[in-house]
Design a protein around this ligand. Structure first.
Ligand SMILES: O=C(O)C[C@H]1C=CC(=O)O1
Length: 96
């Protein structure tokens, strides 16, 4: 199942910078692993914002929830999820 996900990151200003850097580094590793597994299919920075648009290809809502709630930055994010399906006018069967 495909999901479009918007993540807005809001790290509190009073979080010590070393702690923030450590969480961001873990987030990057976690994201890279999921991208390599092809579950996290796309990630795009939203210009001018500490936010991204991502596409996930996962088995079901439960797997998406587990992935998103496992994000090291999860507690500092607002997340908006939109389920997707292929448009009947799409000329491709997939996004490869
Ligand atoms: O920077 C972000 O948009 C937040 C998050 C998502 C992947 C990652 O490495 O950080």
């Amino acid at each position: 199942m495909l999901f479009h996900v918007r993540m807005d990151v809001k790290i509190p200003h009073d979080l010590p910078s070393a702690e923030a850097a450590e969480i961001i580094a873990r987030e990057k590793t976690y994201s890279h692993e999921l991208q390599r597994s092809r579950k996290w299919r796309h990630i795009w920075r939203i210009a001018g914002e500490y936010a991204n648009y991502s596409i996930f290809d996962v088995t079901d809502n439960t797997e998406l929830h587990e992935i998103l709630s496992g994000l090291p930055l999860f507690k500092f994010m607002d997340i908006e999820v939109t389920p997707l399906l292929r448009h009947p006018s799409a000329i491709r069967e997939d996004d490869t």
